[in-house]
Unconditional design. Structure first.
Length: 182
C-alpha cells in the first residue's frame, strides 16, 4: 500500500499524485502553495496543460501518513502544508478547528461552529464540511449531528465510509469483515 505515483500531466501549475488505500485510490492535487485536494475521485486532466516541476516531497510525506493512518496508527497531518485558495475566512477557521479534533473523537457541528466563532452557524459548518476538498487531513468525518448520529459524508461510500473511518480510529483496525472474500 506504500508508494505514490506522481502524474506527469499537470493542471496549470498543479501536481497530481495517486495514493493507495483499502477503500480505493486516493488522489492528491498540489499547487505551489501546498495540498489543494485529497479525494477518492480521479482528477480530470487537460492535455493542453504544461508539465510542472513542483517538488513532490510533500506528496511523499502524505503517502507515508496515509499508509500509517490506514494501518490504524494515530497520525498528525500538521506537517502538511494546505493550500487554502478559495476558502472564506470563516471556512478557514472551521477547517483549522476541525484539524484539531483529536484522532478517534467526534464533535458536533454546533461545537465546531462555536470554536470557529459563531455558535449559530451549524448549517454553515455543515456546508463547509460538505465542500471539504482535503478529506482525512481535514477530518470532516469526525463531525457529527447534535444527537451524535452520523450525517452526510460527501466522499466515496458516504456515511458507510465515515463509519468505517471512525471505527478504524477508535479501534485501531478495520472491521474483520471489511476485506472478507465474498
Amino acid at each position: 500500500m506504500h508508494g505514490s505515483t506522481v502524474s506527469k500531466v499537470s493542471i496549470d501549475e498543479w501536481l497530481t499524485a495517486q495514493h493507495p488505500s483499502p477503500l480505493g485510490s486516493l488522489w492528491s492535487t498540489w499547487t505551489a502553495n501546498g495540498l489543494f485536494r485529497l479525494s477518492w475521485q480521479t482528477p480530470s486532466h487537460d492535455p493542453s496543460c504544461q508539465e510542472t516541476l513542483l517538488p513532490n516531497h510533500q506528496a511523499s510525506v502524505l503517502d507515508t501518513l496515509l499508509h500509517d493512518y490506514f494501518c490504524g496508527h494515530k497520525v498528525s497531518w500538521h506537517e502538511l502544508v494546505i493550500d487554502p485558495t478559495g476558502w472564506t475566512s470563516f471556512t478557514q477557521r472551521v477547517y483549522r478547528h476541525c484539524l484539531e479534533i483529536p484522532y478517534g473523537s467526534t464533535i458536533t457541528y454546533k461545537q465546531l461552529a462555536t470554536l470557529a466563532g459563531n455558535e449559530r452557524a451549524s448549517r454553515a459548518v455543515g456546508a463547509a464540511m460538505s465542500r471539504n476538498r482535503v478529506l482525512l487531513v481535514i477530518p470532516c468525518h469526525r463531525v457529527v449531528s447534535a444527537s451524535g448520529s452520523l450525517q452526510g459524508y460527501s466522499a466515496k461510500g458516504g456515511i458507510s465510509t465515515k463509519r468505517l473511518l471512525l471505527e478504524l480510529e477508535r479501534q485501531g483496525h478495520w472491521p474483520q469483515n471489511l476485506f472478507a472474500k465474498g
